[in-house]
Design a protein around this ligand. Structure first.
Ligand SMILES: *Cc1c(COP(=O)(O)O)cnc(C)c1O
Length: 234
């Protein structure tokens, strides 16, 4: 059946389009990794499914993806428990800002929380993890562009904050995450994140989205967060 689509809309059933775009993204990740002399299996594709419902997510799971990113705790709670029941273990990343009053829910649902960025959140997560006996992997978000409206610790405060996470709250931080300013060239931001990670002995770097994941891979990304290039426009 052919559905006519007005610009900006998406077809009711875009399974074929989603699957095709996913395969293209995988190809591009593989090529970017090889061009950079890296092993493609060292790069984790985080499929960013925010705003999309199960009908769009299921084809991606069925094509073999197991790692997904959501930016809102509430929205994720509404769709992932049923998908986990149906498909088994899935690795769910929180990539949006976390409020401390949602720490318990975030710890219960997510396997990775990429947006640790202030002592209040570090403390709330430490308490929630002790209570739940469950320890999601944690990334610290760095506001590499020092944008006032954006979440993330400032680059100059990152080392001290990482030390606070470890020493004061007993948190094991796995890596760093950044979202460069939309109007900037991304490469200096990716390079800066890499430098901060290296000097703090952190192995994981979550950087690069649909528009720039190849560049991020060239500059050391271990996790790329790709939404619209797979699922289509939001
Ligand atoms: C939405 C989002 C993405 C994915 O963005 P696309 O441009 O659709 O690939 C990645 N990271 C974060 C933090 C996001 O909020």
């Amino acid at each position: 059946m052919t559905t006519s689509v007005s610009p900006g809309d998406r077809p009711a059933d875009d399974t074929a389009g989603i699957t095709r775009r996913l395969f293209e993204v995988r190809e591009r990740i593989g090529r970017a990794a090889r061009d950079a002399g890296r092993d493609p299996t060292d790069i984790t594709l985080v499929c960013v499914s925010k705003t999309f419902e199960a009908d769009a997510i299921v084809p991606v799971i069925e094509a073999g993806e197991r790692v997904f990113g959501e930016n809102r705790v509430q929205e994720a709670m509404g769709k992932w428990p049923a998908l986990r029941e149906r498909f088994g273990a899935l690795d769910l990343h929180l990539i949006g800002p976390l409020q401390s009053n949602k720490a318990d829910e975030a710890v219960a649902l997510f396997d990775v929380i990429e947006t640790v960025d202030r002592p209040k959140i570090a403390e709330a997560l430490a308490k929630a993890m002790d209570k739940a006996g469950r320890r999601p992997r944690l990334f610290v978000q760095v506001n590499t562009g020092a944008e006032p409206q954006k979440a993330g610790v400032l680059p100059g405060d990152a080392d001290a904050f990482l030390k606070t996470c470890r020493d004061t709250y007993g948190l094991d931080i796995a890596g760093l995450m950044c979202i460069p300013p939309v109007d900037d060239q991304a490469s200096p931001h990716f390079a800066l994140l890499n430098v901060i990670a290296k000097r703090n002995g952190l192995a994981s770097l979550s950087m690069g989205m649909s528009a720039d994941f190849e560049l991020a891979i060239q500059l050391g990304a271990t996790h790329v967060r790709v939404g619209s290039a797979i699922f289509g426009h939001r």
